[in-house]
Structures are given as C-alpha cells and as structure tokens.
Design a protein around this ligand. Structure first.
Ligand SMILES: [Fe+2]
Length: 310
C-alpha cells in the first residue's frame, strides 16, 4: 500500500473514531436543557450513532480489505473530515444556543435583582458556587445531575421574587407572618414563570424545592432523600452565599463563620453529606465565586445574627 494511501486511511480512521466520541457528547448535550431528552430525540441519537458506526465499519472494511487506490482513500478520508466538520458546526451551534440561553437567564435575573439592591449579584454568586461545588462532588452524586440544568436552576432559583412586592423585598425591619408567607411563595412563582419551557422540567423542580430542609421543616415539608439532589446542592450554595454577603437583615460574615453556621445546620437544614464535601472546598475558590457587586467580609468579624432565611 502506497504510503500516502496508508496515511489517509490511518488518519481517516482516527478521525472517524473521534467523530463517534464527539457525536455521543453532542447528543448528551442536546438531551440537556435544549431538548429535554424527549423520546423522539433519543431515537435520532441512536439512528445517528448506528449510522456512524456502520460508516466506520464500512470504512475500515474497504480500507484494509478492499485494496483502495489513491482516489478511494481520498474519498474515504474526505468523508471522515466532512463528518468531523458537520459535528464541529453542530457543537458550535449548541454552544452558542447554550450561551445565548444563559445570557437571557442572566438578563431576567438582573431585572429581578434590580428591584432589590441588597440582592444584587446574589443569584450569580449562587450559580458560581454551585459550579465550583459540582467539581468537588463525587461521581456518585454528579452522575445523576445534569450540570447545565444545575447551572440554570442555580441562576434562576430566586426568579420568583419578581412576583414579590418591592415593599416586602425592601422592607428595612422584620417581616410579619403575612409578609413571610408572601416571600415563601417565590419558589412557586418561579415555577410558574418558567412553566412554558418544556425542557426546564427538572430545573423547575429544583427551584420549587430549594428551600426544603432535611428535617422536613421547609416550605413544602419534604425531607431527606425526598428532596431532589439538585435542590439540596443549591440550598447549600444559597445558604453560604446568603451568610457571606450583605443582606437587609445582616452584615456579611467571613468564610470561617459561614462554614461554622453551615456545619451547625448539617442534617437539620442542609444535607450533612453535601456539607462535608462543601467544607473541603478551598476558601480561595469560594471567595472567587463572588461577583464584584457582592459586598463581602474577608476577615472583619460582623457578629449580627441572621433571623430568617429567604
Ligand atoms: Fe430563595
């Protein structure tokens, strides 16, 4: 076999194998937020995958048993490159769609946070913490969690606050029971706001339950494993962000104070296993999660007791 033919066959084979691997990753991404993993898309995924494998087997068969000439090797090599280009374009399209979708989500949240100056940057802060936290969790937990969905849910967890009157959001003093009842409706309002997005089903569920407690004393009285894992992860991040940033009812506390507070509610408010993983995250990584708009306290003690968590 001519050396040029051999190079084209070997390179084309490597490109085809990588095409199959990239296609699988692409289809996993497509199952995410954008398509919701519908049965129809699942079917197309398998048809596409089988065609690619069929093409690879045919390619190798012709390449090694068909004694291809330079023209045939060129056609086979060109076919591999063509498939690679198509997959690259599809991946770029999905990445662009993801980024634009996240931009729209950020825009929505900035509208919500503009109504409450004390909240400025909170959702982005929670999202950054969740991204960091996700990378410190074991596979046993992350394998069941869709990372992109988790990022959307973390960013949008308080979107329901757009339905809360500003007079309550910005009230300087303590809220009465009736006002707390209104505040407690924000997860449900968030679900209603996102109701039309078919692929946000899991995200809506995590948002709805982000104020549940392990002891069953949360908004919907769910407990322990009944609370979806995504909601439990967001809850830990939300609690840390709330403690370490300035809010109407308390000054920002330090990283160490926040960890003490989080550990003190492990097993009652927060998932104890998640807290164990959370406290192992290096301080610098968590501090770096705070957007510039968030007022932090990196050392000066601000011993103001938090009253209620919204
Ligand atoms: Fe909330």
């Amino acid at each position: 076999m001519n050396i040029l033919i051999l190079i084209m066959i070997v390179t084309g084979s490597v490109i085809m194998v990588s095409n199959i691997y990239r296609y699988r990753r692409f289809m996993n991404d497509l199952k995410d937020v954008l398509s919701g993993g519908s049965e129809r898309n699942l079917l197309w995924e398998w048809i596409g995958l089988l065609l690619l494998i069929f093409f690879l087997i045919g390619y190798l068969g012709i390449a090694f048993f068909g004694k291809p000439d330079l023209l045939m090797a060129g056609i086979l090599f060109g076919g591999s490159v063509f498939v690679a280009i198509i997959i690259t374009l599809m991946v770029r399209l999905i990445d662009t769609t993801k980024n634009r979708s996240m931009d729209v989500a950020e825009l929505l949240i900035s509208v919500v946070e503009a109504r409450d100056p004390n909240l400025n940057g909170h959702s982005r802060y929670v999202q950054n913490i969740v991204i960091c936290f996700y990378h410190h969790l074991p596979d046993a937990i992350t394998s069941d969690i869709n990372f992109l969905s988790l990022q959307f849910a973390a960013l949008l967890h308080d979107i329901g606050k757009m339905g809360i009157p500003e007079s309550i959001l910005n009230k300087p003093g303590r809220l009465d029971d009736e006002e707390w009842e209104v505040i407690r409706s924000h997860p449900k309002i968030g679900v209603q706001v996102l109701a039309s997005l078919e692929s946000f089903e899991t995200i809506r569920e995590w948002i709805l339950y982000h104020h549940e407690r392990m002891d069953g004393k949360g908004y919907y009285k769910m407990a322990k494993e009944d609370i979806p894992m995504g909601a439990r992860i967001i809850s830990v991040a939300d609690t840390y962000a709330t403690i370490t940033m300035r809010r109407p009812y308390h000054k920002p506390k330090t990283h160490e104070e926040a960890l003490d507070e989080i550990k003190s509610v492990a097993g009652t408010q927060l998932d104890a296993d998640l807290v164990k993983y959370f406290e192992k995250i290096p301080k610098e990584e968590l501090i770096a999660c705070a957007p510039e708009t968030v007022e932090m306290n990196h050392g000066v003690i601000a011993p103001v007791k938090m009253t209620k968590d919204a």
